[in-house]
Design a protein around this ligand. Structure first.
Ligand code: TNX
Length: 516
């Protein structure tokens, strides 16, 4: 099926589990512009070379990641070498020249002729995004861990593509159930394919503290020793946290660490008696209630604790954000909450970072740099709208559309249902830039899909709730609303199924999706 239907909903052919050429209309998120060249196909063969921008270690690294995927499934050598010219006449070229300025830092232009494939970007992040598109233009079997027969054809044409929003996030709650590094890395691989560029790690909660802090060692050693349901658990050493950051950075994903406060702090309060107003440490907690714990707002040691803990995490984190939670602080008075959040924001600023907080934070005075993450279930919230009108940027995580821990329906074994059931159409069918009253697209930094883990324990659990909804939400973050169309999306999403099977992803077979 050469010269396929680029971006058209009229998809005649989609990839079966095998190796037939993929229709380019199967790309998720939908590209901004996709123009086919009828009758033209590029074929990857045993002699295909990947050429990269001369002297760019970033381009060489991205090419290395592409080569590793293609080598496994094709068995071809796929050498990576510096490009001899900026106008490739053969092979696959990853170039940091010749891209339209309009695609910005994260966009790219991808050209497929019968002789060559060229991905052009202004920045390495754009090259990486273009490579994710190229992976999806190849037959699904390219994602297979073992050698497959081929052929390895890509239909001809041009894609010009760039993101709608800066923040395209996913969140993992590693506090309720600890998730080992291997699971976090695998999830990073999976979300990167859909051009998600931020991973928010919920590193502390009532049930566990998941990052080593040298100045307060019991947080991890004692506070990280258990989880929901009891049993042994764990935490990341600072070196492991650095490894997660490096792994994410190689996939152009920024890590946003969250230390939730002043509520959701039982694990910390249990680890250090002096953090409690009454000086008595509570027991470790392994249940799933929320809203019962609070740091002691009136004690000065609380702010020493914040300064030292947030200082260490700021020093470990290259990204500009520290998330300080602020949700469900129902054991803290409104006045105490405002006092606390005011000082917490100053402390974060003193460590050179900007605050992200759950949208409850707008009930306190906010710094102009503070970002509010909306997690409500209604389309109007007066306090968030007022903050937005005063310049606060908002990350959209409406719980009834993007909470990946909500069940698909009443028969879903995993997950919760407090925000309702969320099948694929609920995840896809809204506009982040025109959803919350008084919070227009210019106030929206982006979108994020949280996965809370009260009921989640394994990679298979994570994958089952994230797929296929995470790609739907990723498309809302990347693609212009002009591409928004359920019929088209349904076809493109369904075409991911064979890809997920090749990758071994444990996805939910939603009856709303037209799987091939
Ligand atoms: C609400 S959303 C919470 C979390 C829970 C989640 C479960 C938010 C900011 N807080 O503490 O894990 O619901 O869906």
């Amino acid at each position: 099926s050469t010269g396929g239907v680029w971006g058209s909903p009229a998809v005649a052919t989609v990839a079966r589990a095998g190796t037939t050429a993929v229709s380019p209309a199967s790309v998720v998120p939908a590209p901004v512009i996709a123009t086919p060249t009828g009758g033209v196909t590029y074929r990857i063969t045993a002699t295909t070379t990947i050429y990269t921008e001369p002297g760019s270690t970033a381009a060489a690294d991205i090419a290395g990641q592409l080569a590793a995927i293609v080598r496994r499934s094709t068995g071809y050598p796929m050498p990576v070498v510096d490009a001899p010219s900026a106008t490739p006449t053969d092979g696959i070229a990853l170039l940091l020249s010749g891209a339209p300025t309009a695609v910005g830092g994260e966009g790219y232009q991808l050209d497929v002729t019968d002789a060559s494939i060229a991905v052009r970007a202004n920045e390495p992040a754009g090259l990486f995004a273009g490579v994710q598109t190229l992976r999806q233009l190849l037959p699904a079997a390219v994602e297979s861990p073992t050698v497959q027969p081929g052929p390895w054809d890509v239909a001809g044409g041009r894609i010009v593509d760039y993101p709608r929003f800066a923040h395209r996030g996913a969140m993992l709650d590693v506090a309720r159930h600890f998730l080992p590094m291997s699971v976090v890395k695998r999830y990073i691989d999976e979300i990167a394919l859909y051009k998600v560029n931020r991973l928010h790690l919920h590193l502390s909660d009532d049930q566990g503290w998941r990052i080593a802090v040298n100045s307060w060692p019991n947080l991890a050693i004692y506070g990280g020793s258990t989880e929901v349901g009891g049993g042994t658990s764990g935490y990341y050493t600072q070196d492991e946290y650095r490894q997660i950051i490096a792994y994410a950075a190689a996939r152009y994903i920024m890590i946003i660490p969250e230390i939730d406060m002043p509520g959701h702090t039982n694990a910390a309060l249990a680890s250090y008696a002096e953090l409690n107003c009454d000086g008595v440490a509570p027991k470790l907690y392994t249940g799933t209630k929320v809203g019962f714990s609070s740091l002691c707002v009136g004690k000065e040691i609380t702010y020493t604790f914040l300064d030292q803990v947030l200082g260490e995490i700021a020093a470990l984190t290259p990204g500009p954000y520290l998330h300080i939670g602020g949700d469900e602080a129902s054991s803290t008075t409104a006045a105490d909450y405002a006092t606390f959040m005011n000082r917490a924001q100053q402390i974060v600023a003193a460590h050179g970072k900007s605050v992200v907080g759950w949208h409850d934070i707008v009930n306190a005075p906010v710094l102009s740099s503070t970002v509010a993450q909306f997690w409500g279930t209604t389309t109007s919230n007066a306090a968030v709208a007022t903050a937005a009108q005063n310049g606060t940027k908002v990350i959209m995580s409406p719980a009834n559309h993007v909470y990946l821990d909500m069940k698909y329906n009443s028969r879903t074994r995993l997950g919760l249902r407090w925000a309702g059931y969320i099948d694929v159409q609920d995840a896809y069918g809204w506009d982040p830039g025109a959803y919350l009253a008084g919070v227009g697209a210019t106030s929206v930094l982006g979108i994020e899909a949280p996965l809370w883990t009260e009921t989640i324990e394994t990679l298979a659990d994570v994958e089952y709730l994230a797929f296929p909804r995470l790609p739907a939400i990723a498309e809302l973050g990347w693609s212009p609303m002009s591409t928004h169309d359920w019929t088209s999306f349904n076809q493109r999403l369904g075409a991911q199924g064979p890809r997920w099977r090749a990758m071994g992803i444990n996805y939910y077979h939603s009856t709303q999706v037209s799987w091939p």
